[in-house]
Design a protein around this ligand. Structure first.
Ligand SMILES: [Zn+2]
Length: 108
């Protein structure tokens, strides 16, 4: 059990170090993001503005942009996401979305 906790802490530490050294911003959940700008880790709330096309609410998350659809022998479909980008997406129309540059240092 202690070993398991150590592994989790190590993985989180390595992830945060990568975010900090790359000075990236990575989306977490519920509109929060971890920001490594200035090589310091900060957690920030992304205050998404309104959709530039229709004025709807936007949400910030890792949007899948490439995937492979597998069809299993049983006929069930399984989607494997191969690429994600941090994006702001309109809640009214999923086609209204903009990619957020993860190297951006200012507030979204
Ligand atoms: Zn929209």
């Amino acid at each position: 059990m202690v070993f398991f906790i150590l592994i989790v802490v190590l993985v989180v530490a390595l992830y945060l170090r990568r975010v900090a050294s790359g000075q990236l911003r990575k989306p977490l959940i519920f509109g929060w993001a971890v920001n490594g700008s200035g090589r310091r880790i900060t957690i920030e709330k992304i205050l998404a503005g309104k959709c530039p096309w229709c004025g709807g609410k936007m949400r910030y998350y890792n949007k899948p942009t490439e995937w492979i659809d597998h069809i299993e022998p049983s006929g069930r479909r399984r989607r494997e996401v191969t690429e994600r980008v941090p994006a702001l997406e309109c809640k009214r129309n999923p086609e209204h979305w903009v990619e957020v540059d993860p190297a951006e240092s200012q507030e979204v």
